[in-house]
Design a protein around this ligand. Structure first.
Ligand code: FEO
Length: 400
């Protein structure tokens, strides 16, 4: 499919000029994109000055320039860079060359990044601070520093007169759609949750602080830099309030791998035992799993059970990868443990426990068995299911 070029009016003199990447299937050589994505960028035309808000991934800068040509844009005064990651800033060098008089508006930290990542001339940068404004004549842009959503330099831009918040990655979703605005939150809910899990969840604490600032703004439209826009903003704000809260759900996530069936048998037995105790379970066979689905499931779960055979002296490499990812995305789970089997020994359980050191979790006793799980091992798994149910109850988790 050839690339889509389209300009959409968000409100009078505010335009979406981004690019829809229908076919992209991987981001950062890591994150699966089952629904593609978009790089949303905007043009705000004031009575005196004109600003660009973010650009697009450099692979789609042709579409971006075509959109500017379609709008007959001759002059740009400001290029706002909310975030220096290249899927939004990668076309800033081209825009800066097209509009040599434009100032590049950045946070202090972003200045350093655009100089080093994009070779932007530091003298072109206009550094703004928290609460600072830029007048475009009849429109005013206000800048809100919001570090760590999800890099240290990130800021949000608020267009006061039109009550539009441009939060860049925050509230985004990797979801290619021809709809400018969401029609039904149910359509984008899962993509937004995956996106939160993959990109934003490690910064839950910082987002709580940013949400306080955002709640003080009068917002009609949230215009993120990936996925559809929200008008009104409540559906996405309500979901974020839930995802960043400290509350966990009566759910157990089980990422696992099995080589000769022993771990698989243990996982299946535990899954049944947890269902019997009224606990929601999500097992993920890592040889088949989309890691984004695993991440999304970790947003709410109270407990993580890692299942692995022993490969040489440690966990299966796919399990080690899943544990590493779980550790860096920092889910709010309260309990964790390891189950699996071994042939002749090793330090699998110790290794995996060490790999979860960023999580604030209570480690429950592992169930680790030699070879095929026997009846004693299966009883131990039932005891583990009892223990998990008890822990959930003690933690005050609502047991449906
Ligand atoms: Fe969509 Fe952090 O870039």
């Amino acid at each position: 499919m050839s690339d889509t070029m389209t300009v959409r009016e968000v409100l009078p003199d505010v335009y979406w000029i981004g690019a829809i990447d229908w076919n992209r299937r991987l981001f950062d050589s890591l994150i699966p994109l089952p629904d593609g994505t978009s790089y949303n960028a905007y043009l705000v035309k004031g009575s005196e000055k004109t600003a660009l808000i973010d650009t697009v991934d450099p692979t789609m800068e042709f579409e971006y320039v075509c959109n500017l040509i379609k709008l007959g844009v001759e002059t740009i005064d400001y290029i706002i860079v909310n975030h220096a990651e290249q899927d939004h800033s990668g076309s800033v060098p081209m825009a800066a060359e097209l509009f040599p008089q434009a100032k590049i508006v950045v946070s202090e930290k972003c200045k350093d990044l655009v100089v080093h990542l994009l070779e932007i001339d530091p003298d072109r940068c206009l550094v703004v601070k928290d609460g600072e404004t830029l007048s475009l004549g009849n429109k005013t842009l206000e800048f809100i520093m919001a570090p760590w959503v999800h890099w240290p330099e990130t800021m949000l831009t608020y267009l006061r007169e039109d009550k539009i918040l441009f939060p860049c990655d925050l509230f985004g979703s990797h979801f290619a759609t021809s709809d400018l605005f969401i029609r039904d939150i149910a359509e984008v809910h899962h993509a937004a949750k995956r996106y939160y899990a993959e990109i934003m969840m490690p910064f839950r604490t910082q987002i709580k602080e940013h949400m306080k600032k955002i709640s003080e703004l009068d917002i009609d439209i949230i215009a993120p830099s990936h996925g559809p826009l929200y008008h009104p903003p409540d559906p996405i704000l309500q979901r974020y309030a839930d995802w960043i809260s400290d509350e966990v759900k009566n759910e157990v996530v089980i990422p696992y791998a099995s080589m000769h069936g022993s771990t698989d048998k243990m996982v299946n037995h535990l899954v049944g035992a947890l269902i019997d105790r009224g606990i929601r379970v999500k097992p993920f066979d890592l040889s088949k799993t989309d890691l984004g689905e695993l991440a999304a499931s970790l947003v709410d779960a109270a407990t993580i059970v890692i299942g692995t055979p022993t490969v040489l002296f440690g966990p299966h490499p796919m399990v080690a990868n899943a544990a590493f990812i779980t550790n860096i995305i920092r889910p709010k789970a309260k309990f964790a443990t390891v189950i699996g089997s071994y042939g002749w020994g090793g330090k699998t359980v110790e290794t995996l426990k060490g790999m979860l050191n960023h999580l604030s979790i209570e480690l429950l006793d592992p169930v680790y068995t030699k070879g095929i799980p026997d009846s004693a091992c299966l009883r131990e798994l039932e005891t583990l299911a009892d223990r998990i149910a008890e822990k959930h109850r003690e933690a005050g988790i609502k047991m449906d």
